[in-house]
Design a protein around this ligand. Structure first.
Ligand code: ATP
Ligand code: MG
Length: 182
């Protein structure tokens, strides 16, 4: 469907506020935009942002900061579309070492397999698939022991969509997340 990304991100942020409160983490949504309409599958993009935020919460200690940013930019390479949306999720947690960073989008890859860090290692592999289904890209940058930023870029407009991709699903509603207990 065609939705306002600002509303979307506000809703996702809100669903994490109890967890943020629990861990005394400052969860910030930072954007200059009032409205940014884009064609996307609500449930799939919700899973992407949900996973990125879950990771940020998992790997950031108490009293940390997690920031969600939204902006528009022009594509760096020549594309079917003139503008793209950029969602950035930055945490000031443990970071990812250069040795591991090229593998974290692989299925089942986890830097540390332990009871402290539950999960299967599928979150980022799935997120990447969902982003690519939207003709987008996902990237990561990190400074070990300091911070990590995941960047999701998706095309704006509808020049890249075929007719089946432009279904108007007004009835589509956000799914409720299970309560997280990291
Ligand atoms: P799942 O998402 O299936 O519950 P997971 O969170 O371990 O499990 P991914 O989301 O795919 O799996 O992440 C893979 C690995 O990448 C993580 O186990 C962790 O080592 C590393 N990682 C991901 N996000 C961060 C982050 N924000 N900070 C530090 N390390 C991260
Ligand atoms: Mg995960």
């Amino acid at each position: 469907g065609n939705y306002n990304l600002v509303d979307f991100l506000n809703e996702v942020r809100e669903s994490f506020l109890p967890l943020a409160d629990n861990k005394q983490i400052n969860l910030i949504f930072d954007t200059d935009l009032q409205e940014l309409m884009a064609w996307f599958d609500w449930d799939k993009l919700d899973k992407v942002v949900f996973n990125l935020l879950s990771n940020a919460f998992k790997f950031t200690p108490e009293k940390g900061t997690i920031q969600i940013k939204l902006r528009k930019e022009n594509p760096i390479v020549k594309s079917l579309w003139d503008e793209e949306l950029v969602i950035e999720i930055t945490d000031n947690g443990k970071g990812i070492s250069p040795k591991h960073i090229n593998h974290i989008f692989d299925r089942f890859y986890q830097v540390e397999k332990s009871d402290n860090f539950k999960g299967t290692g599928l979150g980022l592999a799935l997120s990447k698939e969902f982003v690519e289904l939207h003709h987008g890209r996902i990237n990561v940058e990190s400074a070990e022991g300091k911070k990590t930023t995941f960047t999701v870029k998706l095309p704006l407009g509808d020049a890249h969509l075929n007719r089946d991709e432009k279904v108007s699903d007004d009835v589509q509603k956000p799914i409720m997340h299970e309560q997280l207990v990291y």
